[in-house]
Design a protein around this ligand. Structure first.
Ligand code: BGC
Length: 360
């Protein structure tokens, strides 16, 4: 993962490019690329580094290992682009779409078009609401992700009375952001209601855009007269935006939450700027989705154990994995996981001394 991440950082444009993997090779002769049997549609590369640095390589690896042709494309946040990518993939012979939607409306349109052409659709990580055209959903228990964030903040704030909390939610168009919020609200709202904590702000960040998060959080600080004691940030990118704003104002470190166990997030934890992140074993998610896609692409009945999740229109057979909470005290437990940042990367440069202090 570390190598792939570095490659993407060096050539960001290349990261969003179409990629083919697997298949039996140049059986079709000539120079043309083989039609993909599975098409993966990633959402963007900025709302979280996970899509390009973790999901893409592990999905590519899984399809390659199975000898199934797959193309992986990134819509870079553009719904029309994603729609075109889906249509093009189907034209090129894709029999299965693995879709990370940009919102439920555009996702449902992609799924309906696919269904009309007998192409299967797997919702990858984000559930598409109100559609009868998706076949499977693979993700994490996302309310649980939110609960871990809420509990993480509670633990980091400790017994400080009257803590002033700012909340940075994910994109309102992402069903996951709703689930995360349901999860953390169930933990932190009682604190606001009983007057133990005060909520100074609660705002959603459109498209999970880290740049907008910075502006939003600066305004939150401005309005709160810099008096903020903790931030519930829905992922590491939003958390880092809050941390940057605090640093710009030379304010002291306060508990900030996150999600995705990104290299930046883990380093922020080691440096004391962030109090926790949620680690989701993305390789397991990629493998579970690939396994379903491969079976469907071969016309087989998938054997995975599923649970039904209601998307508003119908119950979608789903595979949901368990997230875990990571703080400075248990980082070492996850070092060595294939989708967790490496010790070398975490403890590089300025972070080295802090790693030593923490025994990492
Ligand atoms: C994913 C998170 C990610 C966020 C922004 C969510 O749907 O579950 O892992 O941080 O989107 O891309």
């Amino acid at each position: 993962m570390a190598t792939v991440a570095a490659g993407c950082a060096l050539a960001v444009a290349g990261c969003g490019d179409d990629e083919s993997s697997g298949g039996s090779g140049g059986g079709g002769g000539g120079g043309g690329s083989e039609p993909g049997k599975v098409a993966v549609l990633l959402p963007d590369s900025k709302s979280s580094v996970r899509w390009e640095t973790v999901d893409r390589p592990f999905l590519a690896e899984a399809f390659k290992a199975a000898g199934v042709e797959a193309t992986i494309q990134n819509a870079e946040g553009d719904k029309a682009t994603q729609q075109q990518q889906a249509e093009q993939a189907i034209t090129n012979g894709a029999k299965v779409l693995l879709l990370v939607n940009l919102d439920s409306g555009s996702g449902a349109a992609i799924a309906a078009n696919a269904k009309s052409q007998d192409v299967k659709v797997i919702d990858y990580d984000r559930l598409t609401l109100d559609t009868d055209a998706t076949d499977y959903y693979v993700s994490f228990d996302n309310e649980r992700v939110g609960e871990l964030q809420g509990q993480g903040l509670v633990d980091c704030i400790g017994d400080k009375q009257g803590a002033r909390i700012a909340v940075l939610n994910g994109s309102p168009t992402d069903n996951n952001a709703t689930l995360f919020k349901n999860g953390y609200d169930s933990v932190i709202n009682p604190k606001f209601e009983d007057g133990e904590w005060t909520e100074v702000a609660d705002q959603s960040v459109p498209d999970w855009d880290n740049q907008q998060a910075l502006t939003i959080f600066e305004q939150m600080l401005q309005k709160a007269d810099n008096k903020v004691d903790g931030v519930l940030a829905a992922n590491d990118g939003l958390g880092n935006a809050a941390i940057s704003a605090l640093k710009q104002r030379k304010l002291p470190q306060i508990p900030v939450t996150g999600q995705d166990a990104t290299l930046e997030g883990i380093q922020n934890i080691v440096n004391g700027d962030q109090c926790m992140t949620v680690y989701k074993a993305i390789k397991k998610e990629a493998d579970a989705a690939a396994e379903l896609a491969i079976a469907l692409a071969k016309g087989e009945e998938p054997t995975a154990k599923t649970t039904p999740i209601d998307n508003g229109t119908e119950k979608v057979p789903s595979v949901l994995l368990e997230p875990v909470s990571v703080t400075k005290d248990n980082i070492t437990e996850y070092l060595g996981e294939p989708d967790f940042p490496t010790k070398e990367d975490i403890c590089a440069g300025k972070t080295a001394a802090k790693c030593k202090e923490l025994g990492i």
